[in-house]
Design a protein around this ligand. Structure first.
Ligand code: SF4
Length: 311
């Protein structure tokens, strides 16, 4: 099955309808191996794409599939800052986003900061994920690079400090989940909040997980917990937006159902009803065929049926 660097559009809770651009596209494994990762099967690929090719593919998708999107979202199987020509890519995507009236968002773990300032200059938002769960940092993150918790947090502090003049564009994306009871989760909160406080992020997007993640026993937290966290972050002086439900799902003109559904699921597991709403009946047939070919599996998670990549 062909691996594509452009996937979606995805009904995002924070970004509206977003078209994903994955410049690394599985050619370099992600270095953080987070427990809350939604990339469940790190497929292998040796394909590398030039910035021009990636921009053309985005334009082709927007035109041929008649997509109406809110956001071009540069992220997928790994940190886009691992892509050597990120600045060139972001320049090209900036033009496309302006032509289509959409915003341009890059997401990064923030450890590799080459070309950071140039990228921040070009994007509308730079998202930096920060995961919280009832487990310590070394269980939540299992970096394949040699980095300790304090070294990583120092890198994040550098990132926020070095981009102060574009502080409005920097968004800390706080993602929370729990493996035990909500009361156990609370015990870990203070420690994680202390780490967040040191970053002095002005803007925070707050959400819980809404689909299966790598560590299978992780579950969403309640709305009350999110509300409490929101208050705590606001008390620290941050502007906080809680991302709850996505808006209406996008409906696309399906051109290559198997490839489109497969590449979407590779980056984000999809609920059965999302496949139907985004890709229509032909998408459901494609998803079921991918299951019969063992490229995709089905799993019930939080009482909902999901399609996700086979191991
Ligand atoms: S969540 Fe992002 S940074 Fe973490 S392992 Fe997955 S792809 Fe890498």
């Amino acid at each position: 099955m062909s691996l594509e660097p452009v996937y979606g559009p995805h009904p995002s809770r924070c970004l509206g309808v977003s078209l994903g651009v994955d410049p690394v596209s599985f050619s370099t494994p992600c270095y953080m191996a987070c427990a809350m990762c939604s990339v469940l099967n790190p497929a292998r690929s040796l394909l590398k794409y030039s910035p021009g090719e990636l921009v053309k593919r985005v334009e082709r998708d927007l035109q041929e599939r008649e997509l109406k999107i809110d956001t071009i979202y540069v992220y997928g199987s790994s940190d886009p800052f691992l892509y050597d020509e990120l600045t060139e890519l972001v320049k090209g995507l900036r033009e496309v986003s302006e032509q289509h009236g959409s915003r341009l968002v890059v997401r990064t773990l923030g450890y590799f900061q080459r070309a950071l300032e140039a990228v921040v200059e070009l994007v509308d938002q730079l998202h930096i994920p920060f995961y919280i769960a009832d487990m310590d940092w070394n269980t939540l993150y299992r970096p394949s690079i040699n980095v300790t918790r304090s070294e990583y947090l120092e890198k994040l502090r550098e990132l926020f400090n070095n981009t102060r003049k574009s502080a409005e564009k920097l968004i800390l994306e706080v993602v929370v989940a729990r493996q035990g009871a909500e009361s156990v989760f609370t015990e870990y909160l203070d420690d994680y909040l202390m780490l967040i406080k040191r970053l002095k992020a002005r803007k925070v997007l707050l959400k819980t997980i809404d689909r299966p993640v790598r560590q299978s026993n992780l579950k969403p937290v309640s709305r009350q917990t999110l509300e409490r966290l929101k208050e705590m972050l606001e008390d620290e002086g941050s502007w906080v937006q809680t991302c709850l439900k996505p808006g209406a799902p996008p409906r696309v003109r399906v051109r290559r159902a198997f490839i489109e559904v497969y590449n979407h699921v590779l980056r984000k597991p999809l609920k059965a009803n999302e496949v139907n709403e985004i890709y229509g009946e032909i998408g459901v047939v494609a998803a079921e065929t991918l299951v019969s070919r063992r490229l995709v599996s089905k799993q019930i998670w939080e009482n909902q049926l999901f399609y996700l990549p086979s191991k």
